[in-house]
Design a protein around this ligand. Structure first.
Ligand SMILES: NC(=O)c1ccc[n+]([C@@H]2O[C@H](COP(=O)([O-])OP(=O)(O)OC[C@H]3O[C@@H](n4cnc5c(N)ncnc54)[C@H](O)[C@@H]3O)[C@@H](O)[C@H]2O)c1
Length: 264
């Protein structure tokens, strides 16, 4: 099956964390293929960036502000999609925070709980609300933005690592639950993505390890067989594929986008 230029025409795509680096790339990637977007993020300022991005590719875009750790907000996002566009075809659970950068022996419980609440419980709550629409529709796709550390440990990133491992378990579980209902659920596991977020982690990791940010950046790049970080566009292209009919045979998968850093 070949990609067609407007393969998401008439499709409604809900993207959480839409004002961040990967979220904006997702808006561009789906918008230019004809999708209408529901963009969700914490604040209206972040959503202003999302709207600009959608306008640049002439996509219809409805924005909703709120915290995905709140069950009422997740329901509101899905209700807003249905109210504005009449249906919901694709949910992308992309909202996420990095969480505390500290070893487990010093773990701050509030930081741990907040990370799991946003990254994992938020994805479950948005999926629960979306499935309430997708099951009666008998179709739909969910794509979870996990991480390469959803498949391996990472020192000083315990809360984030556990939230992303959990996301892969959630992906497989939901995939099995809805496989016969015309709904597919997959995840992607990106490696470090160029941009503000990674630069922030690099600075914090450097502080924890008592080395320079340049040393940490060089170490991360050296761990990537392709010799560079991933781009947000590369992540978005894989998500588009998973959300498209071209991936109709795939569910319960976690696809690495790591430049060869993770191969299982
Ligand atoms: N950047 C990377 O290297 C990388 C690698 C692997 C996975 N990821 C994952 O990709 C996703 C997007 O990351 P990004 O790089 O675009 O980061 P980002 O920080 O630029 O974007 C994340 C967005 O999520 C939003 N968000 C945070 N908490 C929220 C909440 N409680 N409710 C609603 N929205 C909330 C933020 O406001 C932000 O706009 C995250 O889930 C992240 O864990 C990123």
């Amino acid at each position: 099956m070949k990609e067609t230029p407007h393969e998401f025409a008439g499709r409604i795509v809900l993207i959480t964390g839409a004002g961040g680096g990967i979220g904006l790339a997702l808006i561009r990637a789906f918008g230019k293929r004809g999708a209408s977007i529901v963009a969700a993020d914490l604040t209206t300022d972040l959503l202003a960036r999302a709207l600009e991005e959608a306008r640049a590719v002439a996509a219809l875009c409805h924005t909703v502000a709120g915290d995905v750790a709140e069950p009422t907000v997740c329901q509101l996002l899905v209700d807003a999609a249905v109210e504005r566009f009449g249906r919901l075809d694709v949910l992308i659970n992309n909202a996420g925070i990095g969480g505390p950068v500290e070893p487990v022996c010093q773990m701050d419980l509030d930081g741990w709980n907040r990370t799991l609440a946003v990254n994992l419980t938020g994805a479950m709550l948005c999926s629960r609300a979306a499935l309430g629409v997708m099951i009666p529709q008998n179709c739909g796709v969910i794509v979870n933005i996990a991480s390469n550390v959803g498949k391996r440990g990472h020192a000083a990133r315990g809360a984030y690592v556990v939230s992303k491992w959990g996301m892969l378990g959630l992906t497989q579980t939901m995939a099995l639950e809805v496989a016969r209902m015309g709904i597919r659920v997959n995840a992607v596991c990106p490696g470090p993505v160029e941009g503000e977020r990674v630069e922030g982690f690099i600075r914090r990791q450097a502080e924890v390890q008592g080395v320079t940010a340049d040393e940490i950046r060089a170490e991360w790049i050296a761990s990537m067989p392709i010799g560079r970080m991933i781009t947000a566009e590369e992540v978005a292209e894989v998500v588009v594929f998973l959300a498209s009919e071209r991936a109709s045979g795939m569910t319960g998968q976690s696809v690495n986008i790591t430049g060869g850093m993770v191969m299982h």
